[in-house]
Write a protein that binds this ligand. Structure first.
Ligand SMILES: Cc1cc2nc3c(=O)[nH]c(=O)nc-3n(C[C@H](O)[C@H](O)[C@H](O)COP(=O)(O)OP(=O)(O)OC[C@H]3O[C@@H](n4cnc5c(N)ncnc54)[C@H](O)[C@@H]3O)c2cc1C
Length: 841
């Protein structure tokens, strides 16, 4: 009996030590004490006690004496690692090492420091940034309509381009000292979000010069002369930039571009200078067809050793004026009818001087690192903002539409089927916007969050697509038939652009989020990998030893924490006192998920090694858990930052439950598909010791979320904050907003009519073709409703008729004998006149 108690106590102590990530010395002391007790109280047969003591001494001495431990254990493991680790190319190494680790490191640690996240100041705008958003950005939105842009001009109209240049939209992220606006990442994100609620074309056109491209690269790596010359010109729109990386044979695998430049002597402006003879073939390049400045990525070679020993110098970025002889540029692609300028460019044996390399000759071959380090702005700000903008447009307009559109004498938004889709839209948008703001904030506090920006790009654009897809289903035929009064079709068509660019989503999910996250965010893996390539053997041995034993303790800690939190439902996890009581449990549950992720990741990496990279379905699911943890953290932070708005709580709760349910599904996906079934069964016991506890968000909660989308409120305003509503009376979104207010005002009057009919005070029989207006007039004559109330019904009817109207065009869609531009204009005129006629009728 005593022996059993000793054994149980030993296990409990071992678990406790693992749980708190105790040092090697603490383990040694605890085991020594346990053995001492066993000897003292004669708990074990003498031979067994002796055997255990010998094993203990044989292990304790080498493991506690660093020099011995390294010689006997770590050095052996290090050389095994060197043999089995798959070789890493320079470009892979640079991609993995680029950027910084921030909150993602905490989420991967198994024990996130929530105080660290909550201490981050909520993002704000300076008065100047706020003014730009309220004035210039509003004006720009008012200047364009997606229909005219895409169907009439097939480009932004010239006056819009001029406005964009004059007001500094192309230089938002260029520092003030160079004539730019010097905006924060958050301000840039707010502008992009608002523009995207109006037109994808204008958003993309403004996006490119402000994200990964010449401006960003020059600001970080340009020589002083390059910065002084180009940045003011870019800020004022005197130069239109583009950045060309993608080649027909190298899309996702961009590091394999075959475009090349040979270092050689050549002639430039009448002088013999050192430079490169460049040959390239690029496609899909945004702003390319109208660019005056081509940022070009190619691989530099130096076969004659004119600049050094290396022949293959590596990827290099240059800035080439598009007027330079040999640059072929101007033709266009037609990206999903978004009509932003996008096209191919190419050149053969074009000589460029060395000082056209961004950063000059010293930056030859450093292009890939430059690109990887600057990716965060595009991935973390531009694309998440544009997807959020489109989702805001969809939620605002579709929520209103679902209230004013009736079928079966009921607003369609009140049917449970539609409610389900509206719920997803609201919950997704709340979470997307939270993650967008947090990611921009991270960039503003100086992070270059490589993994987080990948997560933001992937999940916000993915959810944006889901929101717009749901909206399309709700709006029905009205979303499908294109024309000036279709508020959704353009976003639906254009969203795949955000899914594809800056790391296509499938690739980002399968290869980047976990592939890079597991190495960068893990506290020890990168250190272990770096030790395997360290040339100084003593340093390699010391670094690897520290990382290896830290890693072992880390794995044990997360194993113990995963089990304990699974058994206790994570009820005992400490949570910052400052958080809302309504969200306390979420912090505890996310900590549990974090420990489970760290535990599964370590076992997966430990047992599958390099093969995990090819097991994309497994690593994508592990990445999903990391991503969902990030989205949930952002959601909780938003709730706190916005002052715990209780009216918004259904959005927050739905988003959290949905994400936790999905995270549980991702963990289950890993466990069910793990190749080694014995290890899978072992991991399952730790991760879900009492079964799977998380459920889908309840229908009752979903109902509350959907209702928030169906009528104006402060919550709806916060949800769609920053979205544009035109002052033009015939704008489809403006009409929906007006119709929504009018419908809500008419509803009590309609209720009065129904009550009067029920009490037989009002005869409901009407002549054929007569509608509610006639009934209201009869009720007014009988003194049941007032003239103002009759007018409320008439206004609601009139506005609703405008909202549900669909554009129609002549038989030939106006194409016969007309060029495309005129066809579009004819279509607009035809459709406008049809609206006017119908309203008049
Ligand atoms: C409208 C538009 C604008 C663009 N603007 C620019 C620009 O300004 N400058 C520029 O240089 N480029 C630009 N691009 C190029 C863009 O970055 C590429 O389209 C993108 O990198 C994907 O390459 P791809 O289209 O060749 O697809 P592919 O690389 O052929 O990929 C096809 C599919 O395979 C998936 N995939 C590939 N590898 C893997 C893998 N290992 N695991 C799982 N899935 C994988 C991808 O996710 C994708 O779903 C633009 C593209 C478009 C469409």
């Amino acid at each position: 009996m005593l022996t059993l108690a000793w054994l149980v106590a030993l296990l409990v102590v071992a678990f406790a030590l693992a749980y708190v990530n105790a040092s090697g010395v603490a383990w040694t002391v605890a085991l020594a004490v346990a053995l001492g007790v066993a000897w003292g109280a004669s708990l074990l047969p003498a031979w067994l006690a002796l055997a255990l003591t010998v094993v203990f001494v044989l292990l304790a001495i080498p493991l506690n004496v660093t020099a011995l431990r390294r010689k006997l254990v770590s050095d052996g493991v290090l050389s095994a690692f060197r043999k089995i680790l798959p070789p890493m190319s320079q470009t892979e190494k640079e991609a993995i090492e680029a950027g910084t680790v921030w909150w993602d490191g905490d989420l991967f640690s198994g024990n996130p420091d929530w105080n660290k996240l909550l201490a981050v100041q909520p993002p704000t705008l300076s008065p100047e940034e706020q003014r730009f958003l309220d004035v210039e950005t509003e004006e720009l939105c008012e200047l364009i309509t997606d229909w005219e842009t895409t169907q009439v001009h097939r480009d932004l109209p010239p006056k819009v381009w001029q406005f964009i240049k004059d007001k500094g939209f192309l230089g938002m992220s260029i520092a003030k000292e160079y004539g730019g606006l010097g905006f924060s990442g958050y301000a840039h994100s707010q502008v992009m979000t608002k523009l995207s609620t109006r037109s994808g074309t204008v958003a993309v056109s403004v996006m490119v010069p402000n994200s990964l491209g010449p401006g960003e690269l020059l600001a970080h790596y340009g020589t002083d002369a390059q910065k002084r010359h180009y940045l003011p010109r870019l800020a004022k729109g005197l130069e239109i930039p583009c950045f060309a990386l993608t080649n027909p044979t190298a899309g996702s695998d961009a590091a394999s571009i075959p475009d090349y430049g040979i270092v050689c002597w050549g002639e430039h402006e009448g002088k013999k200078v050192l430079g490169l003879r460049v040959t390239w073939d690029k496609r899909y390049i945004t702003l390319g067809p109208i660019a005056t400045l081509l940022g070009l990525a190619f691989r530099a070679y130096d076969p004659d050793h004119l600049v050094g020993d290396k022949e293959d110098i590596g990827i290099t970025c240059a800035l080439i004026p598009t007027s330079h002889p040999g640059v072929e540029i101007g033709r266009r692609h037609m990206p999903l009818s978004a009509v932003f300028q996008n096209g191919p460019n190419w050149g053969k044996d074009v000589f460029i001087p060395m000082d056209w390399i961004i950063g000059g000759q010293p930056m030859l071959g450093r292009g890939w690192r430059m690109l990887m380090e600057c990716l965060a702005a595009g991935r973390g700000i531009s694309l998440p903002s544009s997807a959020t903008g489109m989702a805001k447009l969809a939620v605002r307009a579709t929520g209103g539409y679902a209230r004013v559109r009736t079928q079966f004498k009921t607003p369609i938004g009140k049917f449970e089927g539609i409610e389900e889709a509206l719920t997803r839209m609201g919950g997704n948008l709340y979470m997307m916007d939270a993650a967008r703001a947090l990611t921009a904030t991270a960039i503003d506090i100086g992070e270059k969050p490589a993994v987080i920006s990948g997560i933001a790009k992937l999940h916000i654009t993915q959810r944006g697509r889901e929101v717009v897809n749901d909206a399309m289903d709700i709006v029905g035929g009205k979303g499908i038939c294109m024309g000036p009064s279709n508020f959704l079709g353009a976003a639906y068509m254009q969203l795949p652009v955000a899914i594809t660019v800056e790391g296509a989503n499938i690739l980002t999910r399968s290869l980047i989020v976990f592939g890079q996250g597991a190495i960068r965010c893990h506290p020890y893996v990168l250190k272990e990998m770096q030790a395997t390539t360290e040339k100084d053997r003593a340093k390699a041995s010391a670094d690897f030893d520290a990382a290896l034993f830290g890693h072992i303790r880390f794995t044990l800690a997360n194993m113990a924490r995963t089990l304990v939190m699974g058994l206790t439902g994570s009820h005992f996890v400490s949570v910052p006192r400052s958080v809302s009581p309504a969200t306390r449990r979420y912090y505890q549950q996310l900590t549990r998920f974090s420990a489970a992720l760290a535990f599964l990741s370590d076992i997966s990496m430990g047992t599958l090694g390099g093969a995990l990279k090819r097991k994309e379905k497994l690593s994508a699911r592990l990445g999903d858990v990391l991503s969902l943890l990030y989205l949930c953290s952002a959601t909780l932070k938003r709730y706190e930052d916005e002052g715990r708005q209780s009216a918004d709580a259904p959005l927050m709760h739905w988003a959290m439950w949905d994400a936790m349910w999905k995270a549980q599904g991702a963990l289950e996906g890993v466990l069910s598909n793990f190749p080694n079934r014995v290890i899978a069964a072992f991991m399952r016991r730790f991760v879900f010791p009492l079964g799977r506890p998380y459920q889908v968000p309840s229908d009752k909660l979903g109902h509350k979320v959907a209702r928030l989308l169906l009528e104006p409120s402060a919550t709806r305003d916060r949800l769609v904050a920053g979205s544009f509503v035109s002052k033009a009376a015939d704008d489809p979104v403006t009409l929906i907003e007006q119709a929504l207010v009018a419908t809500l005002a008419a509803e009590p009057v309609e209720a009065k009519l129904r009550a009067a009919i029920k009490d037989r005070r009002l005869d409901a029989k009407l002549p054929p073709g007569a509608g509610i207006d006639a009934l209201a007039a009869r009720a007014e004559a009988q003194g049941i409703v007032t003239a103002a109330e009759v007018q409320a019904i008439a206004t609601a009817r009139e506005l609703t008729a405008k909202v549900i109207r669909v554009d129609d065009f002549p038989q030939d869609l106006g194409t016969s004998g007309l060029r495309p531009l005129e066809y579009g204009r004819a279509a607009v005129e035809a459709s406008n006149s049809s609206i006017v006629d119908q309203v008049a009728a």
